[in-house]
Design a protein around this ligand. Structure first.
Ligand SMILES: [Fe+2]
Ligand SMILES: [Fe+2]
Length: 253
């Protein structure tokens, strides 16, 4: 069994959807795919993509990204309801959304949301970041409550074989020092919206060999304190310099 990772498919772009459609139906039949969020905000397209992936891979593990929880183009009142719909579609498509063991590997999703623990977003970022207008939260919610809601989903009560390799994954970044030094200053204003330190708290208690993350659209593989952190976002079509636009094999048994 091989384990592949990808995130940020953003299949609203026809060329991105075409790439998913053109993946082999035969080459990955014994393999596991970790899909780390941001497929599409449109439920039919989201469902179509999950179905395509489960028809090609033996097992598919998924965690929602912020785009998957956008409600603006749906008749759904808030992003908590959207999360429940996304979760149900994933289950309907036989996609794993909770911790599971497969062929010597334990796969552990780590939920979360950005919560200003990487810094405070400036007024310019607040005016351009689409989550502020495309997500909707219950009236009583403040930013920390969003992360707390998703953090409460991090339940790891499945007994795992002792010699299993542990692979955790999140959509958002567990630590901001995963961003490479070449990122220009005008892009760094987005850093407060990239992740949460609470995700890293779960990574440290899980102690995985590998942690897969998405969201930044900056492909990277870097080892920090014994954990290999991997980003293999597919990204937007114009992001050809920071994304490889292919599956990344992260483990093989
Ligand atoms: Fe994305
Ligand atoms: Fe994202």
């Amino acid at each position: 069994m091989r384990v592949f990772a990808i995130s940020d498919l953003h299949v609203d772009y026809p060329e991105n959807l075409r790439w998913v459609e053109e993946l082999s139906f035969f080459d990955y039949r014994d393999d596991l795919l970790i899909l780390a969020g941001d497929i599409s905000d449109l439920v039919p397209l989201f469902r179509k993509t999950l179905k395509l992936m489960t028809s090609k891979f033996n097992r598919v593990a998924f965690i929602p990204g912020n785009h998957d929880l956008w409600v603006r183009r749906n008749r759904i009142s808030d992003s908590i309801k959207k999360y429940n719909i996304v979760e149900k579609v994933a289950l309907d498509c036989y996609v794993e959304t909770k911790v599971f063991n497969a062929g010597g590997v334990t796969v552990l999703p780590v939920h979360g949301w950005y919560d200003n623990s990487f810094g405070d977003p400036c007024s310019r970022v607040r005016s351009i970041w689409k989550d502020y207008t495309h997500c909707a939260w219950p009236d009583s919610y403040e930013l920390g409550d969003i992360n707390n809601y998703f953090d409460s989903k991090n339940i790891y009560d499945l007994p795992e074989p002792e010699d299993n390799l542990k692979i955790s994954f999140s959509h958002f970044l567990p630590r901001i020092d995963l961003m490479p030094s070449f990122i220009p200053a005008d892009k760094r204003i987005l850093y407060p919206l990239l992740g949460s330190k609470s995700i890293e708290g779960h990574v440290r208690s899980i102690k995985p060999s590998i942690h897969v993350y998405g969201h930044s659209h900056v492909n990277r593989s870097v080892k920090k304190e014994g954990v290999k952190y991997v980003n293999n976002a597919f990204g937007y079509p114009h992001e050809y310099r920071i994304t490889a636009k292919c599956l990344k094999k992260i483990h093989e048994i």
